[in-house]
Design a protein around this ligand. Structure first.
Ligand SMILES: C[S@@+](CC[C@H](N)C(=O)[O-])C[C@H]1O[C@@H](n2cnc3c(N)ncnc32)[C@H](O)[C@@H]1O
Length: 242
């Protein structure tokens, strides 16, 4: 069998007929990841504390319903939390979470270039879209870290190592949309994940971005993230570290 595969590979090297199908490869790759997503949804759609699959209409406001379900289920209003949001823009979700928790020891960090997406996102958003001013907030527990995650996250980790290693529950909110940003961030934060930490995705069901990053991360790091709540057909999905 191995010799046959080796032979076919050799033939394709010499007669590169793959070049004919190459223009269609993006479509094939998309379909591959889309099918993985469908399989994932049908394997994981039961037993969540909130799930609207299948709903015809997407309603972005439903993400607040998901946040509220998490706060109620995990009793998050009064316990100290470490909230890390990747992709802040104007700060809508960041401020929601900031208002929701009253504990003085809670710490909130929001990461963003504030200069927009660092690369095109699918066919819909271009590099530089979503540019926003750093949000002005009164609550001293919240801080923003401006710059590419790829440039800022590692020094942040060094500076906040003690907090990140503490028993304070981490809530990680992935809202950068991009495959690259999502995979990079999860990989760097992996050593700090503890049982009970919550990881939310804002665009989970986008096959070639957050979903692909999630799959590759969980498959490569052998980490088990249990889906706990989802809205908008898994567009927004939350997990708990097991
Ligand atoms: C959808 S917006 C965030 C929305 C926000 N969480 C809200 O509640 O409205 C995505 C943000 O991710 C940021 N982003 C994407 N990739 C990034 C990266 N590698 N480094 C820093 N920021 C990034 C973009 O600048 C953009 O502002």
């Amino acid at each position: 069998m191995f010799r046959i595969v080796k032979f076919i590979k050799g033939v394709l090297f010499v007669f590169p007929i793959s070049l004919i199908v190459y223009p269609f490869s993006t479509l094939f790759i998309f379909l591959y990841h889309f099918n993985k997503l469908i399989v994932w949804i049908y394997t994981n759609k039961k037993g969540l504390i909130l799930n609207d699959f299948f709903s015809i209409k997407r309603d972005y406001q439903k993400r607040y319903k998901l946040y509220t379900a998490l706060v109620t289920h995990f009793n998050l209003s009064n316990e100290p939390i470490t909230y890390l949001e990747f992709g802040v823009a104007h700060g809508a979700s960041f401020q929601w979470w900031l208002k929701e928790n009253a504990h003085n020891d809670s710490a909130y960090f929001g990461f963003d270039t504030f200069e927009g997406l660092p690369e095109n996102w699918g066919g819909f958003y271009a590099k530089g879209d979503m540019k926003a001013d750093v949000p002005q907030i009164e609550d001293k527990r919240g801080k923003f870290i401006k710059g590419l995650f790829q440039n800022t996250l590692n020094s942040f980790i060094e500076e906040k190592r003690t907090l990140l290693l503490s028993d304070q529950r981490r809530i990680i909110h992935m809202d950068a949309d991009l495959y690259s940003a999502t995979l990079f961030t999860l990989s760097q934060l992996y050593p700090f994940f503890k049982k009970g930490d919550i990881i939310m995705f804002d665009e989970f069901n986008v096959p070639m971005h957050e979903f692909k990053a999630f799959k590759e991360f969980t498959d490569s790091f052998y980490i088990k993230l249990k889906p706990i709540a989802a809205v908008n057909n898994f567009y927004q999905t939350a997990f708990v570290v097991e």
